[in-house]
Write a protein that binds this ligand. Structure first.
Ligand code: GSH
Length: 215
């Protein structure tokens, strides 16, 4: 498979982890989102939204939106299953994944930050305040749910990795990149640290991708 991504992209990170866990060979083409590669006509022809990831599986049209791609991989590929089969457990794993991918991550993507800076002349500190609020709102929900709901186990849903964990770790790594305080979220931390030990996740880690700052 071939994927358009970016080292820092939380959405591309989620998909890289799934590809690695399922043992699918892929090549990633890295766009420079800060330079605006996502808005060049060549890429807009692939994804009119101007966002990564975009995944090509053979000759078919590109697949976009990380959660849709995760579902596609789940439905078409053999290997490790990343959603439980029991309907309630499956719904809970998806619900936790959506807290991150639908309600948290969209608030801090580059196009939102750029829009706010350019249209409201937000000083950098106010912009960081906005970002911090996006992260902490999502982290608070995850912490409350993961620390109180019965379904939580070694991972977000029981003892097997699911889409929820891929999303959780994509948010967690962002806390490091954007300097977000994480002490108030011990359950999120415990699960993220477990997920981060998996080889598939180590290889997919944003800081190990081309273009990432050297640590
Ligand atoms: N909901 C989408 C989000 C895609 C998205 O916004 N990706 C970011 C990187 S994480 C991007 O390419 N942003 C470009 C921009 O905001 O200009 C998904 O989960 O795939």
């Amino acid at each position: 498979m071939k994927m358009y991504g970016n080292w820092r992209s939380a959405a591309a990170f989620r998909v890289r982890i799934a590809l690695n866990l399922k043992g699918i060979a892929y090549e990633e083409i890295f766009l420079d989102l800060d330079a605006g590669d996502q808005f060049k006509p060549g890429f807009l022809a692939i994804n009119p939204q101007g966002a990564v990831p975009a995944l090509f599986d053979g000759d078919g049209p590109p697949l976009t939106q990380s959660l849709a791609i995760l579902d596609y991989l789940e439905e078409t590929q053999a290997g490790v299953k990343l959603l439980p089969t029991e309907p309630r457990a499956r719904a809970r794993a998806r619900s936790l994944a959506q807290v991150v991918a639908c309600d948290t991550h969209p608030l801090y993507v580059p196009r939102v930050r750029t829009f706010l800076s350019e249209n409201y002349s937000l000083p950098r500190e106010r912009m960081l305040e906005f970002l911090r609020n996006a992260f902490t709102s999502g982290l608070k929900v995850l912490e409350t749910r993961l620390s109180t709901e019965e379904g939580t186990g070694r991972f977000c849903q029981g003892d097997a990795v699911s889409h929820a964990d891929l999303c959780l770790v994509s948010l967690w790594v962002g806390t490091g990149i954007f300097g977000i305080e994480t002490d108030p979220y011990p359950t999120v931390r415990r699960i993220a640290e477990t997920v981060l030990t998996l080889d598939a996740v180590v290889r997919a880690h944003p800081l190990r991708q081309p273009g990432a700052p050297k640590t």
